[in-house]
Design a protein around this ligand. Structure first.
Ligand SMILES: [Zn+2]
Length: 138
């Protein structure tokens, strides 16, 4: 881990035990920060409890975060999707600031968690992102 390579994040922003985070994930989020031009707030990366069974958080291969700024949710997703290594992407429209889970799983999976319910339908995923932007602008 060479934190000198990381342009935008400070180590402490990656939780209580930043060395448990997959460094590739930190590099990708740093590039996402640069590309989007938007500040990113990390909610949690590595964790030992409180996530779904077999969560990638327990391996340090997942991160929950929000963009802080003016990007629409659809713009946010467009930037995320420019990083093909982020094969797992969850959208969480109910958070105080709607945000994202991304992870380095092997197979592509997209989901939304709304009202505590997970949906793995890709059309619902896209429609929920667009609907959230529409609500915000209404
Ligand atoms: Zn997560």
């Amino acid at each position: 881990m060479n934190w000198d390579k990381i342009k935008y994040f400070k180590k402490h922003e990656w939780g209580k035990e930043p060395e448990q985070a997959n460094f590739r994930l930190i590099e990708i989020l740093d590039n996402l920060r640069g590309l989007s031009g938007s500040k990113i707030i990390i909610n949690v990366c590595w964790d030992y409890t409180g996530h779904s069974k077999n969560s990638y958080h327990y391996l340090g291969n997942a991160v929950d975060f929000v963009f802080k700024g003016e990007l629409s949710c659809l713009e946010q997703y467009a930037y995320i999707s420019m990083f093909p290594e982020l094969r797992g992407v969850g959208f969480y429209p109910d958070w105080h600031t709607p945000g994202w889970h991304v992870d380095l799983r092997q197979d592509c999976l997209k989901w939304v968690r709304k009202n505590g319910i997970y949906s793995y339908d890709r059309n619902i995923f896209i429609k929920t992102i667009i609907y959230k932007d529409w609500q915000k602008n209404d």
